[in-house]
Design a protein around this ligand. Structure first.
Ligand SMILES: Cc1cc2nc3c(=O)[nH]c(=O)nc-3n(C[C@H](O)[C@H](O)[C@H](O)COP(=O)(O)O)c2cc1C
Length: 185
C-alpha cells in the first residue's frame, strides 16, 4: 500500500504531528511525506493558471507543474496532518489543494458533475486544537473534496481538543487521542 503523508504542521513539537505519526505507525505500507512548509507551494496566479490550462489543453499531463496532482492521484492511502487554525487549517494546505485539484488528473467532469480519478480508498485527517474542534470549514471541506471531486470514498477524522486551555492535562488528552486511534486498528 502506498501512503501519502501530507504534513501541514508548522510548530516545533507539533501535537498534530505527534498524533499523525502515531496513526502512521498503525498503517502498513510505504510512506512518502510531503512537508508543506518545505514544499512551499505557491497559490495559483494569472500566469501559473494560464500555464496549467495550456498543459491540460495540450495533453501535457506529465508536466512538472502537475506532479503533486499525479502523486496524489496514485496514492492508495492519504494521511493529512493539519493543526486547527482559524476554524480550518494552515493556508499551505489550501495551496496544496489548489495544486492537486486538476481536471484530467485527479478528477474529470461528466455532464458537469465531478467524477474522481484517484486510486485512493481512504483519507485520514488528523488535527488538534486549542479549544473545541469544529469540522465545518476544515475537515468537512476536505471530506467533500475527497468524496465529491477525487473519488476517495472513505475519510476518517482524529482530533485532540482543548489543548490550549490553561490547567488542562495536555499529555493526558494526547494519550487519550492516541488510544482512540489504537481502538480503530
Ligand atoms: C495561527 C493559529 C490559529 C489558531 N486558530 C485556532 C482556532 O481557530 N480555534 C482553536 O481552537 N485553536 C486555534 N489555534 C490553536 C491551535 O489549534 C492549537 O494550539 C493546536 O494544538 C496547534 O497544533 P500543533 O501543536 O500541531 O501546532 C490556533 C493556533 C494558531 C497558531
Amino acid at each position: 500500500m502506498s501512503i501519502l503523508f501530507i504534513n501541514a504542521c508548522v510548530r516545533k513539537d507539533s501535537r498534530t504531528l505527534r498524533l499523525a505519526k502515531h496513526l502512521l505507525s498503525k498503517l502498513d505500507g510505504e510512506i512518502t511525506e510531503l512537508n508543506l512548509e518545505k514544499e512551499n507551494i505557491q497559490a495559483l496566479t494569472q500566469d501559473t493558471l494560464a500555464y496549467r490550462d495550456t498543459c491540460l489543453h495540450c495533453g501535457k499531463f506529465g508536466d512538472p507543474m502537475l506532479s503533486y496532482a499525479n502523486q496524489f492521484a496514485n496514492a492508495e492511502t492519504i494521511v493529512i496532518a493539519a493543526p486547527f487554525w482559524d476554524m480550518s487549517f494552515p493556508s499551505s494546505l489550501k495551496n496544496y489543494i489548489e495544486a492537486i485539484t486538476v481536471s484530467g488528473v485527479t478528477f474529470t467532469y461528466v455532464n458537469g458533475i465531478p467524477k474522481g480519478l484517484c486510486k485512493g480508498k481512504k483519507l485520514y485527517f488528523v488535527s488538534t486544537c486549542g479549544g473545541p474542534f469544529t469540522p465545518d470549514f476544515g475537515y468537512n471541506y476536505i471530506k467533500t473534496m475527497a468524496q465529491g471531486f477525487y473519488g476517495i470514498p472513505e475519510t476518517q477524522l482524529f482530533t485532540a481538543e482543548f489543548l490550549d486551555v490553561i490547567g488542562n492535562d495536555v499529555e493526558a488528552i494526547l494519550k487519550a487521542a492516541e488510544e482512540s486511534i489504537d481502538k480503530t486498528f
